[in-house]
Design a protein around this ligand. Structure first.
Ligand code: SF4
Length: 216
């Protein structure tokens, strides 16, 4: 008997997408389990084009890698160095702040800080980076540190990771009266409305969400 062809799990999704139907949780799982990235990408791009054409939305992000010295040296990592190895570096707090200041002066709306698990860098320096950036730019969005760095800081301080997260959030909130960066629509930054509510309603909603604070 000839082999029975297996059902194509993405064909159901493709049909729904073509008909503009909402996907189910099972469809989400099928997408998650599929390795057909190009096919899924074409589907997503088709929906995007149908909804917003060529409009795109983005933040102006500056990535600051404060150190590439890392105690882990994961095998796949081409970024990290051991202390003393050629190419190893660790920026001072002042150098990090200078990079942030330069970027914000050039219009950055988000500062993204990430580095290796430096074995001796004091956690106080990490806090000073966040406090310093918040002080210089009350509205800029700060995106900082990987989960492994947070755990590393916790281990070096002898506390739980949650305490580090709460502490860093407090550094970010030094100016409790601050507003978040206003959402800007400019020639080179277009807010995409995928909700059908209209761009102004989306901007208002996003601005409201940005102002909401998590409970302490
Ligand atoms: S923990 Fe991160 S920075 Fe360090 S070696 Fe691994 S991937 Fe690289």
């Amino acid at each position: 008997m000839p082999p029975v062809p297996r059902a194509d799990p993405l064909s159901v999704v493709e049909t729904k997408v073509a008909q503009g139907e909402r996907l189910s949780a099972a469809d989400g799982l099928a997408l998650f389990r599929s390795s057909e990235l190009l096919r899924i990408g074409r589907l997503a791009d088709g929906v995007r084009r149908r909804k917003v054409g060529d409009d795109v939305y983005f933040v102006v992000n500056r990535h600051i890698n404060y150190t590439n010295i890392c105690r882990n040296r994961c095998h796949f990592c081409a970024f990290s160095r051991s202390d003393g190895e050629p190419g190893a570096y660790c920026l001072t707090v002042e150098e990090v702040l200078a990079k942030a200041r330069e970027s914000i002066g050039q219009g950055a709306t988000e500062i993204h800080i990430v580095g290796g698990e430096h074995p001796t860098l004091p956690y106080a320096d990490v806090r000073a980076m966040i406090s310093g950036i918040r002080e210089m730019a009350p509205t800029v969005h700060i995106k900082a540190f990987t989960a492994s760095e947070i755990v590393h800081f916790a281990e070096s301080e002898g506390v739980q990771p949650e305490q580090i997260l709460r502490d860093l959030r407090e550094r970010d909130r030094n100016d409790s009266s601050r507003e978040h960066a206003p959402l800007r629509r400019a020639d080179d930054a277009v807010v995409v409305d995928t909700t059908g509510l209209g761009v102004d309603a989306v901007v208002e909603r996003l601005a409201g969400l940005a102002k909401e604070r998590l409970p302490a």
